[in-house]
Every structure is written in C-alpha cells, then in structure tokens.
Design a binder for this molecule. Structure first.
Ligand code: CMP
Length: 139
C-alpha cells in the first residue's frame, strides 16, 4: 500500500551539515519526497509531536533537545514507506543500529540520533498535519 511518513532531520544532524546526505539516502531508496521545510520547533509543537512520550522520564530532555536548533521536516511517500524508512534508519539507539543504517552512520547517541520517522501510518497522518498544510504537500 502507498503510505506517507514524516521524517525529521534533528538538530544534531542539521548542525553537522547532514541534511542532504540523509535526504539522498531516502531518495536513493526510491522514496518520493513530496514536502520539505526547515524550521525551529517551539515547545508547543514539540509537545504535540511527542505527545505519546509525555509520561516518559526523558520527555523534558527530548523537548529541550528537539527545540535546540533547526530541523528539516519532510514527507516521503512510497509503497510500505513507514516500515521501509524505519529500516533505513535503524534502531533508535545508533549504537544498536545495523551497519549501513542512517542512525548507525550519522547518529551520536539515543537522544542525538539524527532522525525521527513516523512509526505507523496512523501516527504519520497526525505528525504530517502538525508540520504541513495540505497545500504544502505536492503529492
Ligand atoms: P524519535 O524517533 O524521535 O522518538 C522519540 C525519541 O525519544 C527517540 O527518537 C529518541 O531520540 C528519544 N529517546 C528514546 N529513548 C530515550 C532515552 N532512553 N533517553 C533519551 N531519549 C530517548
């Protein structure tokens, strides 16, 4: 099934000029880039984006980190896109991610792990609507 996923290049990766390299990996894997922007998230947007982690002990740290610098937000589309992108990214903790994955190659630690991607088509729809209006999606 054709799916969409929200991907964020996180502040640690934009700071190290890795946005292009990360987008290239996703495009080279055959995923279609249909929306793209750079922004700095504020606390309200971070709280909504990470609402499912509100009760986690690392929530405040996670919010402070994600608003600490610019991010690149994008929507990618393709057959089974959610799972394919999660595979390309690898495990949340870069040290546990497989060789050749984005987080293994570009992540630093579990918080500064270079990228975020939606974990289900349902969450993708919610996340995409937080970052992009319908008009901004060229799909
Ligand atoms: P992400 O895919 O953006 O979704 C939630 C984020 O929380 C996750 O990537 C990690 O960056 C972060 N995270 C998960 N577990 C921990 C943890 N134990 N300590 C700090 N951050 C974490």
């Amino acid at each position: 099934m054709t799916e969409r996923s929200l991907v964020l290049v996180k502040p640690d990766a934009t700071a190290r000029n890795l946005s292009g390299a990360i987008i290239a990996r996703l495009e080279q894997a055959g995923l279609k880039l249909i929306a793209l922007k750079m922004l700095q998230m504020d606390k309200a947007l971070a709280g909504r984006h990470y609402a499912i982690h509100k009760e986690k002990p690392f929530f405040n740290e996670l919010v402070d980190y994600i608003i600490s610098g610019p991010i690149v937000a994008m929507v990618l589309e393709g057959e089974g896109a959610v799972e394919r992108i999660r595979k390309l990214m690898g495990a949340t903790d870069p040290r546990k991610a497989e060789q050749g994955t984005i987080r293994r190659d570009f992540g630093m630690d579990i918080q500064r792990n270079a990228t975020h991607a939606s974990d289900s088509p349902e969450n993708a729809a919610k996340e995409i609507s937080l970052f992009f209006s319908k008009k901004e999606i060229c799909g």
